[in-house]
Design a protein around this ligand. Structure first.
Ligand code: ZN
Ligand code: ZN
Length: 379
């Protein structure tokens, strides 16, 4: 960073300058270098901040004394000089100079102010991305097209290909009115009515934007989606929305994420649930089978005597935990199929089976009930 300029030098004053001289110099220079009076000049904001910082210090008796003694290296807390945030009182100082408040399109926009001061920050844009569950399981990048309002590239947002400084406000974009009242002199400042606060008058209207200074454009943006993103979440791209007016910051882009349901895997937070159908013979005798996973399939073993609603847990086979390490589990819930169409022979075999079976055939050791097992899946 370049070394800081001397505050007196910034304001073009000698070290003996009086309070009035400091005020006058700041007022004159602030109008000249205000960013709104210098559209398209990126250095204006820096010059303006430098001016205001210099004024803030030199207009405060204690801070000025400290600055005269220590220069820019003012120890924290010495003489009430600005410490970590030299712009803490930035807006306030500006207000004391230029009246209570600027209009909506006036200087207020530069500060992106709060409350009654309406900022002209650009609006937010919104777009939706639809993903399959399996796609949401790993980090992905998507391109989206968003229609946003931008400054016209032909006239740089000025609205005209030829403009001149506004005579009414001298290019400042705001006018002050002074009137006498019972309380003394009242000073108020408004957006200049002639140029609507722009500071410039359009001589030749820009054909591209028809004088508005703004155009709608479809832009393509690449969006990074973190692994494990959930349905309904929104990602914010700061500054990805509509352009702000006259140097005010752009709005944000909100990317709404829709994660489609999967036919085989149901999401439950970081866990996945798969309903596995086995027939009653497999459930009784046990079986080796496969279940679908996020990538491919996994072999699972059905133990003899597996009950409906029994759950097999495959650790770490669930969704990646969003912005954390590890993965959830894949829970396989067993659904036992009971035959619905039996031939005479099949019926005969089952009857014979029933005859030689007793209470002990179905004794599962007094374990959990079907509903307990089901409940344990959705913790
Ligand atoms: Zn234009
Ligand atoms: Zn004007």
């Amino acid at each position: 960073m370049a070394s800081k300029r001397d505050y007196y030098e910034v304001l073009g004053l000698s070290r003996e300058a009086s309070e009035t001289e400091i005020k006058k110099a700041y007022r004159r220079l602030a109008r000249e270098h205000h960013p709104d009076a210098n559209p398209g000049d990126t250095g204006a904001e820096d010059r303006f901040k430098e001016l205001t910082e210099a004024y803030e210090v030199l207009s405060n008796t204690q801070a000025r004394q400290a600055y005269d003694t220590y220069g820019h290296q003012v120890p924290r807390g010495a003489g009430g000089a600005p410490g970590g945030d030299p712009f803490g009182g930035f807006q306030d100082i500006f207000e004391t100079f230029f009246g209570d408040r600027f209009g909506e399109s006036g200087f207020g926009s530069f500060f992106g102010g709060t409350g009654a001061r309406t900022p002209s920050r650009g609006g937010d844009a919104e777009v939706e991305i639809e993903l399959a569950l399996r796609e949401a399981a790993s980090e992905t990048e998507r391109e989206v097209k968003v229609q946003i309002v931008k400054d016209c590239s032909v006239c740089s947002g000025a609205g005209g290909t030829e403009t001149r400084q506004c005579d009414t406000c001298g290019g400042a974009g705001a006018v002050r009115t002074v009137r006498q009242s019972l309380l003394g002199q009242m000073v108020s400042t408004q957006a200049c009515p002639t140029c609507s606060g722009r500071g410039r008058i359009i001589v030749v209207e820009c054909e591209n934007c028809r004088g508005s200074g703004r155009v709608a454009e479809v832009v393509t943006r690449r969006i990074q989606l973190p692994a494990g993103i959930e349905d309904g979440m929104s990602l914010r791209v700061t500054g990805g929305g509509h352009a702000g007016e006259r140097g005010a910051p752009a709005g944000d882009l909100y990317v709404r994420v829709k994660v489609k349901e999967d036919a085989e895997l149901m999401r439950d937070g970081d866990d996945l649930i798969h309903r596995m159908r086995v027939n009653f013979v497999e459930a009784a005798l046990g079986a080796e089978t496969e279940v679908p996973a996020l990538d491919g399939s996994r072999a699972v073993r059905i133990e003899p005597g597996t009950q409906p609603g029994a759950t097999l847990t495959l650790r770490g086979e669930g969704m990646p935990r969003l912005r954390r390490r590890g993965r959830g589990d894949l829970k396989v819930v067993v659904d036992v199929m009971v035959p619905t169409r039996l031939s005479g022979e099949q019926q005969e075999l089952l009857r014979r089976f029933e005859e030689i079976s007793g209470e002990e055939t179905y004794n599962n050791g007094g374990g959990e009930s079907f509903f307990d097992r089901l409940r344990s899946v959705f913790r």
